[in-house]
Design a protein around this ligand. Sequence first.
Ligand code: ADE
Length: 227
Amino acid sequence: MDFTVLTLFPELVREASGHSIFKRGLDQGLLNLHCVNIRDFAANKHNRADDYPYGGGCGMVMKAQPVYDAYRHARQRLGADRPPRVIFLTPAGRRLDQTIVQDLAREEALILLCGHYEGIDERVVEEIVTDEISIGDYILTGGELAALVLMDAVARLVPGVLGKEASFKDESFSANLLEYPQYTRPSEVLGRHVPDILLSGDHKAIDRWRGEQARIRTEARRPDLLG
Ligand code: ADE
């Protein structure tokens, strides 16, 4: 999976993705991350990527031209293949969920566009963006953290990235259920004991118990997932 991030803060994106499983995916060549600094494409002497909003109001708006030129640069690097999906991270987008993540994980390349200030000139959004996605009903200061959330969720579905840790079939949301509780050694912590069933060695009974726990949790915490 090839990720290109169009951003005013490439270092933030690079640093945050240089850890743990995402880093291993990069090192193994299963993932690729290319950050494009939109400011490098600001064609004015002060490298300004923003300007005042037409119609007045507070805050600044990201200019269309640097965003468009950064996008053209990204497209050139990716070559002449089928145009990749361009995802604009915005609180006004469709709310991200595991179904969307699974859909995006089928792509070979994704371009992620991170906004800042009060937004991006709508004309360049109309021109290049294929998907507008929000990571939740709250307002971040910019799209970078949202892009990182999306990339993390997509990356772990790329074959090989999770390696031995892969266990998609059991995990939260794959069957519209939250995950059952997990325990590891020792068998007693802070006066609390591991449920006996998990020590029984009876794998059928353990599977049944886990299924029940997943259903009980989902009913209590996220009944909306049960439909
Ligand atoms: N940019 C600012 N807030 C955001 C959010 N909640 N989701 C995605 N992008 C954003």
